[in-house]
Design a protein around this ligand. Structure first.
Ligand SMILES: NC(=O)c1ccc[n+]([C@@H]2O[C@H](COP(=O)([O-])OP(=O)(O)OC[C@H]3O[C@@H](n4cnc5c(N)ncnc54)[C@H](OP(=O)(O)O)[C@@H]3O)[C@@H](O)[C@H]2O)c1
Length: 315
């Protein structure tokens, strides 16, 4: 009989828009995976493809032994809940296990989580990702890692199954910092595009043509290319939920406050995101801010109800 123990499966907690395809890449590459998601229905395709189910993050971590536990949930509060909750990862992981946090959270939140895990004899690597759901499916994400190089070396073979580049930015906190810098630009860019397109139409230009000419000129960006069809069709199936984009701009503002750096444009973008959330668009893709801009544009253009003065301009 072969006495060599089989390597433990990796655990994966959080199977939303990004976690689902990332876990599928790991499974497709031949890694054994035990998965958990609050809503079990989102695990069904992975379970059909051979992943094992765990009833809680604790059970998933227990199955991974002293191996790797990936966490991909919405925000810092959700990470703390799945890691430190009563049925959380920390309650099931064996000493030496490595928790790899893929979620976008604040640098200081990430450092605090790492400190708590280390105090329990566990390792922690932050590895927030850049790129869309499609990039996850294609294995083309970017990983902004922060932590110990030895921990990254352990995780690297798995990270490379869903990322085309992995950069270690420094200790825990710096990976999250780079992720926020990236999202300051990507999220604010899409909001600027939304305003530009709404302005183009208001001046009598045809929307699709304006979008395509932006893409053909100096206004082009990868983000606008990604959102082209959403803007043209005015359909916003969630790739990156507006609520999460708003969360990230909040994290940018918080991080910038701590170091005294000005982020005026992303502050305005966050206000626009808030208006769109007030309009009921939180669960749609964040390109739906275009609808919020249009509503305010059209409201601003309408004659004032009384007094004869024009309504104030939109955002
Ligand atoms: N979408 C993108 O393009 C993109 C790109 C890069 C980075 N990110 C970041 O990646 C993370 C995940 O984003 P996503 O787009 O995959 O979000 P999503 O589709 O909204 O999925 C969120 C996941 O978090 C889980 N969750 C939320 N709150 C929880 C809680 N309190 N306890 C346990 N589980 C909880 C959800 O579980 P349920 O399914 O049970 O609700 C779901 O698995 C976020 O930090 C986001 O900022 C997203």
């Amino acid at each position: 009989m072969d006495a060599t123990p089989l390597p433990s499966p990796a655990a994966f907690v959080g199977l939303g828009t990004m976690g689902g395809p990332i876990a599928a890449r790991l499974l497709g590459a031949g890694h054994r995976l035990v998965v958990h998601n609050r809503d079990r229905a989102k695990a069904s395709a992975l379970l059909s493809a051979g992943a094992a189910w765990a009833d809680s993050p604790r059970e998933a971590a227990r199955a991974a032994g002293d191996g790797l536990v990936f966490v991909m949930v919405s925000d810092g509060r959700a990470v703390r809940s799945v890691v430190f909750g009563r049925r959380g990862v920390a309650a099931g992981a064996r000493a030496g296990a490595l928790v790899v946090n893929l979620s976008t959270i604040a640098p200081d939140e990430s450092r605090a989580i790492g400190d708590r895990l280390r105090a329990k004899g566990l390792h922690y690597l932050e590895a927030p990702v850049g790129g869309s759901q499609e990039a996850a499916r294609q294995g083309q994400l970017a990983v902004y890692a922060g932590g110990d190089p030895a921990d990254l070396a352990r995780a690297q073979p798995l990270l490379e199954k869903f990322a085309s580049r992995v950069d270690l930015l420094g200790g825990v906190g710096l990976g999250s910092a780079m992720k926020l810098v990236n999202n300051l630009v990507t999220v604010t860019t899409v909001m600027l595009d939304a305003e530009a397109i709404a302005l183009a139409e208001a001046m009598g230009l045809e929307r699709e043509r304006a979008v395509d000419l932006l893409l053909a000129g100096g206004g082009q960006s990868r983000m606008l290319a990604n959102k082209r069809d959403a803007f043209v069709r005015r359909e916003y199936p969630a790739q990156f939920k507006l609520s999460l984009a708003h969360k990230d701009l909040g994290l940018v503002a918080r991080a910038a406050r701590e170091v005294g750096a000005p982020v005026r444009l992303s502050r305005e973008a966050r206000r626009l995101a808030e208006q769109a959330i007030d309009d009921g668009l939180a669960e749609q893709d964040f390109a739906a801010v275009y609808e919020a801009v249009r509503r305010r544009r059209d409201g601003a253009a309408a004659p004032a109800a009384s007094g004869g003065a024009a309504a104030p301009p939109g955002p």
